[in-house]
Design a protein around this ligand. Structure first.
Ligand SMILES: Cc1cc2nc3c(=O)[nH]c(=O)nc-3n(C[C@H](O)[C@H](O)[C@H](O)COP(=O)(O)OP(=O)(O)OC[C@H]3O[C@@H](n4cnc5c(N)ncnc54)[C@H](O)[C@@H]3O)c2cc1C
Length: 593
């Protein structure tokens, strides 16, 4: 084992948040920054850069291959999921949709006791991360965004259908007030039509700085502490090329390993629930039972409908079935920066309020589910549970705040029962899919190591999907509403309603029965890849792991700054929010707080 020169900041995890921080902190030429990344540098890999190839890397050496423990709320199924393991982290292989969360969501973070994290300040930080021509001059960040051009009739049909249903389709997707339909931007550079992400947008222009060092294929095994005067993080133990090294941090060790790996690393280093750690033979450094708790993720389900084929109503099904002509046409179009490879394909979105609340009784029935869960002692941390539930209560019956996020995808999309992507069904039919995410689930779970070993499979991931009674109720109402959308003009004119559906869908019309909708959810729901919360930012006695300056409770010189610090999950795909968190963290650290 050899010791290395020290750096001011040692950043563990060269993913989305890690590279934002490394870039911002190394803007000061006198600040030495090291990034330790377990994966490889794949900045020139076409599977990273070509937008339409994004699903190509989610299984294999570029991803952490995680799966949940059996999920009682999903009939005991275990749900597999990836997290990026390459330079840029999950921003290098994610689905590219770039969408802001709501003002109400971020203001609720501040109300938990996180001064300086309200929407106003947060939005200023988030705007430092992206640029979109139509968004105006005040958003001038490195990540380039593109709103895809309408090369089919589907965007028009989507917005007109939502208008028929009485929703706005002209809201601003960035300023925290969006309600209704929108065509969301992709994190794609409009000039090159390549993915724009943490590694090429942030790191690449900064890479030649002499004060910035990047180690790839380097696994951080544990944080090193000095315990002579309280607890101070002094460095990190790293394995690279079979060699174990200790690297020293003169200022902070900053953990940005993501929502699963950040609490994993803390626990392996002795920061966590003392009883749990002792039972695994891990030396306890800081006793904090909140580490790894409060895991949140969006439950996700899909419904596919057969499309009435016609000019302007293309879908991605031929491409998904690997039809050679469709592949050739898509690659040729991409040569001209057009076609399905030049975009994410998941841009047609709606943020919608809880459907079916017609009377005061409807509202009080839902609210009663909230109350019963609190009284039943559903959560260990009653204090945070009450804050979480009061946030959800504040939006549950609002006519403008969303509890459901819908994504209309022209093509067949259905997860397998264990969370991966099912192939398109055989045949010639084309499909349209409505994907539904429960925006603000109350079900919360945990991530904990199951041994003292650094083996990444030694971890129990339990999101407790659909365990809160309100979640299944609200999601079932949204699922019913998804079918209403499909039967509304003009969308209905382009679907064969009595035609084929995704194989596991019940016959048309049967989801009108709420118990059938719930049964469908229990059978088919999986998790989105939107995990947050396991090192939550809030007071320790409320359930926190880090304070509002992202300092880990109980030790000096140690911070966590990634998706894991988000205490109440964003209402939609989280990358815009995580960029905002990282920019905000950089401001906090640079001002010396
Ligand atoms: C398949 C997929 C699709 C997604 N689609 C979208 C989408 O369309 N839109 C959207 O907004 N969001 C999407 N997301 C979510 C979004 O990408 C994440 O929320 C975001 O990247 C989280 O950022 P992070 O910095 O917390 O973690 P990450 O970006 O995952 O970075 C963590 C990094 O730490 C590294 N690391 C972990 N442990 C160690 C260790 N011990 N030593 C060294 N390095 C380590 C990892 O290899 C990784 O590079 C998707 C995510 C996935 C996985």
């Amino acid at each position: 084992m050899s010791s290395f020169t020290s750096f001011d900041y040692v950043i563990v995890g060269g993913g989305l948040a890690g590279l934002v921080l490394a870039t911002r902190l190394s803007e000061d030429a006198n600040t030495g920054v090291l990034v330790i990344e377990a994966g490889q540098d794949q900045t020139s890999d076409p599977r990273v850069n070509i937008p339409g190839m994004w699903p190509a890397l989610i299984r294999g050496e570029s991803a952490w291959d995680f799966k949940t423990v059996p999920q009682e709320g999903l009939e005991g199924r275990q749900i597999g999921f990836p997290q990026g393991r390459l330079l840029g982290g999950s921003s290098a292989l994610n689905g590219l949709a770039f969408s802001a969360t709501s003002k109400a969501n971020v203001d609720a973070w501040e109300s938990l006791g996180n001064a300086g994290w309200g929407w106003k300040e947060f939005y200023e930080s988030m705007k430092r991360s992206y640029s979109l021509a139509s968004e105006g001059a005040d958003a001038k960040g490195p990540v380039q965004l593109t709103v895809p051009e309408a090369d089919t009739e589907w965007p028009k049909v989507w917005t007109e259908t939502l208008t028929t249903l009485g929703f706005s389709t002209t809201g601003n997707p960035f300023n925290g007030t969006l309600s209704g339909g929108v065509v969301v931007a992709d994190s794609i550079d409009p000039l090159t039509k390549q993915r724009s992400y943490a590694a090429n947008a942030y790191l690449e222009p900064a890479r030649s700085r002499p004060n910035l060092t990047i180690w790839t294929k380097a696994d951080a095994e544990k944080i090193i502490f000095d315990r002579s005067d309280g607890v101070t993080a002094t460095g990190v133990q790293v394995v690279q090329d079979g060699e174990t090294k200790i690297v020293e941090a003169r200022k902070d060790v900053v953990i940005t390993a993501g929502t699963i790996n950040s609490p994993r690393l803390l626990e392996l280093s002795g920061v966590g629930d003392a009883k749990r750690l002792q039972s695994l033979g891990i030396d306890v450094v800081v006793d904090n039972p909140n580490v790894g708790e409060n895991l949140q993720n969006h439950p996700l389900c899909t419904l596919s409908f057969q499309v009435r084929d016609g000019p302007g109503f293309d879908t991605i099904d031929k491409l998904a079935r690997q039809d050679p002509n469709a592949i050739a046409a898509a690659m040729k179009a991409y040569g001209n920066q057009k076609g399905p490879m030049s975009k994410s394909g998941s841009n047609l979105v709606a943020q919608l309020p809880t459907p079916g609340l017609k009377t005061d009784d409807d509202v009080s029935n839902l609210t009663a589910l909230l109350q019963s869960a609190i009284l039943d002692g559903h959560d260990e941390s009653k204090s945070f549970a009450q804050s979480h539930e009061s946030f959800v209560r504040s939006i549950l019956a609002s006519p403008t705040e969303a509890t459901g996020c819908y994504i209309m995808i022209p093509g067949f999309v259905e997860p397998t029962s264990d969370g991966w992507m099912a192939p398109a069904p055989p045949g010639e039919e084309n499909y349209l899919t409505l994907t539904l995410l429960l925006a603000h689930p109350l079900s919360r779970g945990s991530v904990h190591v199951t041994s003292a070993s650094a083996d990444p499979s030694a971890v129990a991931i339990d999101p407790k999907y659909l365990s809160h009674p309100l979640d299944i109720e609200v999601m079932a109402k949204h699922l019913q509403f998804a079918e209403n959308i499909a039967t509304t003009k003009p969308l209905v004119d382009h679907l064969v309603l009595d035609g084929k559906r995704n194989p596991r869908a019940p016959p048309a019309g049967s989801l009108a029965d709420l118990s059938a909708a719930k049964e469908y959810l229990r059978k088919t729901t999986v998790g989105a890849h939107h995990f947050t919360g396991t090192c939550s930012m809030m007071p320790k006695d409320v359930g926190g792991v880090v304070d509002a300056q992202l300092r880990v409770y109980g030790c000096r010189n140690l911070r966590v700054c990634d998706a894991s610090i988000i205490p109440l999950t964003p209402r939609t795909n989280p990358q815009a929010t995580v960029y905002g968190v990282a920019e905000h963290a950089a401001r906090i650290i640079r001002t010396g707080l």
